[in-house]
Design a protein around this ligand. Structure first.
Ligand SMILES: C[S@@+](CC[C@H](N)C(=O)[O-])C[C@H]1O[C@@H](n2cnc3c(N)ncnc32)[C@H](O)[C@@H]1O
Length: 214
């Protein structure tokens, strides 16, 4: 495993470590559907997966030939992702890095920067982190941000939460619109299964922006 450690961690690290250690396996291991839909037809290049969790997306991308930098604050999640990457023979294509993205961010620029449900019930400077994510997109590359826009029964979110519209979610990022072409901005619904086998319809906010210039 190539797992670099950056920053100090702290409350965020404690929270997410506790979260992963409570479960033998937290996520399904399958790639996220919007990523599959958006990235499935892209030519393989360099990808950055922010908040990669147990590595389902990074491993799927590597299986398509992408070189992936996969980042999470939880070492337990990264260990699981790395073990699985080795098992399926793509470990040589994934650089696992341990960052608290509120404090440190991986170096480099990427053809795809993906933030899938990079959300936290504890304090997280999301807009600032996603602005850094946008800066890490190479010219011609894609920024893909997918967030929960509904609260199914298994969610942490209060069922009365008012989620932002996709337009509001984009505005919250406060990006300079000039270098970007909006390829997707919407709130598709999909059928999903919760951690204990619950099923329901969920909505995601999907933002896919193509960087035209630096
Ligand atoms: C809701 S989970 C999504 C995991 C994965 N992207 C997926 O779709 O299955 C959020 C992930 O972000 C990570 N995370 C939360 N705050 C973070 C931070 N400040 N720095 C790095 N990773 C963070 C968590 O450890 C967790 O793995």
């Amino acid at each position: 495993m190539n797992c670099e450690v950056h920053g100090e961690g702290g409350g965020t690290e404690r929270f997410w470590e506790g979260h992963y250690q409570k479960h033998e396996r937290r996520w399904s291991g399958r790639p996220n559907p919007v990523l599959v839909d958006v990235a499935g037809s892209l030519p393989a290049g360099e990808a950055l997966d922010l908040g990669c969790g147990e590595g389902g997306d990074a491993i799927w991308l590597a299986g398509l030939g992408w070189r992936v930098t996969a980042v999470d604050v939880s070492v337990t999640a990264l260990d699981r992702a790395s073990t699985q990457a080795t098992k399926v023979g793509v470990d040589g294509l994934i650089d696992f890095q341990n960052h608290d993205l509120a404090h440190t961010f991986p170096a480099g620029t990427f053809d795809l920067v993906s933030a899938q449900y990079l959300q936290s019930p504890i304090e997280f400077p999301r807009a600032r982190v996603l602005q850094a994510a946008a800066r890490a997109v190479a010219p011609g590359g894609l920024l893909l941000v997918v967030t929960h826009a509904s609260a199914p029964s298994w969610s942490w979110a209060n069922p009365n939460t008012r989620f932002p519209t996709p337009e509001e979610a984009l505005a919250e990022l406060e990006l300079d619109p000039k270098p970007w072409l909006t390829e997707r901005l919407g709130a598709p619904e999909r059928q999903a299964t919760g951690p204990n086998g619950e099923s329901g319809t969920v909505t995601d906010n999907v933002i896919a922006l193509r960087r035209l210039t630096r």
